[in-house]
Design a protein around this ligand. Structure first.
Ligand SMILES: [Cu+2]
Length: 141
């Protein structure tokens, strides 16, 4: 009986590890004084042999987190919401200023440069990963 229980616990461990996503160089850019939205940037590295979709994110610091792409439309930079970012197998997806990013809207607290927020990323396979993101001022870039 003990042997069976041991096998079951190994199974649940491998299920928990299904999304093998590493969050690197993550930070939040605070909005300019006077308000607006924050933006989160990072590199998502996928160590698995299958592509993984980032489908959403949550943080206590914001009422809503949206996935945005930035597009050049006749010389105007426009942000367009998207349903997912696909992180290729054994590859990386980069969220950076002027490109794909996470938009932190309906801020529930002031994003103070030097502080940190917790961001939970949700993936298409039902798994999630949490990370601590330092808050930076736009003036630091
Ligand atoms: Cu945006």
């Amino acid at each position: 009986m003990q042997r069976i229980l041991f096998a079951l616990s190994l199974l649940s461990l491998s299920a928990l590890a299904q999304a093998e996503i590493l969050v690197e160089d993550a930070y939040v850019r605070a909005p300019p004084p006077g308000g607006g939205a924050g933006a989160a940037y990072m590199t998502l590295r996928n160590t698995a042999d299958a592509a993984v979709d980032l489908t959403g994110a949550q943080t206590p610091a914001a009422g809503k987190v949206s996935l945005h792409n930035t597009m050049n439309h006749d010389g105007m930079m426009m942000m367009m919401p998207t349903a997912k970012f696909t992180i290729p197998a054994q590859g990386a997806f980069v969220l950076q200023s002027g490109a794909s990013h996470l938009m932190l809207e309906q801020l529930s607290e002031t994003l103070v440069p030097g502080s940190e927020i917790t961001l939970t990323l949700q993936f298409g396979d039902g798994s999630s990963v949490s990370a601590q993101l330092p808050v930076r001022s736009v003036l630091d870039e």
